[in-house]
Design a protein around this ligand. Structure first.
Ligand SMILES: [Zn+2]
Length: 302
């Protein structure tokens, strides 16, 4: 249980200045409060409440020193081996092995998913850059080293030309670039927190004023209810408050496969979704936020 999230338990314990047992106790309490949460979601909730971002992204190879899940990493393909045919439970499949390298070291990679193995066989060469989302690490019992495993739940993207990668990164702005102007900003970031109160905006349909339950002038006959979600975006360097209205809010919640609005909001609140947003700055009470006009999931696949 939670064996892949020990790093997060450690991070919360450090932040609270307590032992890891105390954090596990908080997770148990949270599960008691919200019995439908998974243990992982409960841990992420406890982390967020204590100011610890529950995402670990941009791993370096040297960071992979335990058995982790949800590993996102970009590295150079140092060596691609020829694919092997294997038989799993009577079904023939294809596996490919890679060695990846970054400034800090190298790591062996096993690609179990036949589609991705086939894609790499055709499209990847030594020296290319590969971006991987949602891989996991396991210790190889033969050499006691950690390897990266890619199953069918992960996504990959190979970039042939290093200059193309730079161009791809350049089309995004940083959150720290956002100024109090009326420009449309394009930012690649994680949704790290959604606020779960007031997810609807209620207006009087006649005077269009924001109301609580009825308009002082026009009563409650013409009220309109619009989805309105505010949250926090994080591009790895800084964070900004963001608002999502109506169709954009629907698109945001559409990232989650959960079945109702409350569960979707909870699911999207834990930093699991990397998105590309287009938004216009909005300054209120000296605080800059982003009024999001569009939100799209990052497409890791080709
Ligand atoms: Zn009114």
């Amino acid at each position: 249980m939670m064996e892949n999230e020990d790093w997060l338990v450690k991070a919360v314990a450090e932040k609270l200045g307590t032992g890891q047992d105390k954090v596990k106790e908080l997770v148990k309490k949270k599960l008691y409060e919200f019995p439908n949460l998974t243990e992982s979601a409960a841990l992420r909730m406890v982390a967020t409440e204590n100011g610890v971002m529950p995402i670990r992204r941009n791993y370096k190879i040297a960071d992979i020193n335990d058995e982790f899940g949800h590993i996102n990493i970009t590295a150079t393909i140092k060596r691609k081996f020829p694919p092997r045919e294997i038989t799993i439970k009577g079904t023939k499949s294809k596996v490919i092995n890679l060695v990846l390298q970054d400034q800090g070291g190298s790591i062996n990679v096993v690609v179990w998913d036949a589609n991705k193995a086939g894609y790499l066989e055709k499209e990847a060469s030594d020296g290319d850059t590969i971006s991987i989302a949602n891989a996991y690490s396991r210790k190889n019992k033969l050499n006691d080293k950690y390897e990266l495993h890619l199953g069918n739940g992960c996504a990959i993207k190979v970039t042939k030309n290093p200059t193309a990668l730079v161009a791809y990164k350049k089309e995004y702005q940083r959150i720290s670039d956002v100024k109090d102007d009326s420009k449309l900003y394009q930012i690649r970031c994680f949704v790290v927190r959604l606020f779960t109160n007031n997810i609807f905006l209620i207006r009087c349909g006649i005077c269009k004023k924001k109301v609580i339950d009825k308009c002082d002038e026009h009563g409650d006959t013409a009220l309109s209810k619009t989805l309105f979600i505010s949250g926090i975006l994080d591009d790895g360097l800084s964070t900004i408050r963001a608002s999502f209205f109506d169709k954009t809010a629907e698109k945001l919640l559409g990232l989650s496969k959960a079945e109702n609005i409350e569960n979707k909001v909870n699911d999207v609140s834990f930093g699991l979704y990397e998105v590309e947003v287009s938004g216009v700055p909005n300054k209120f009470n000296e605080t800059l936020s982003l009024n999001v006009k569009d939100v799209r999931p990052i497409d890791y696949t080709i």
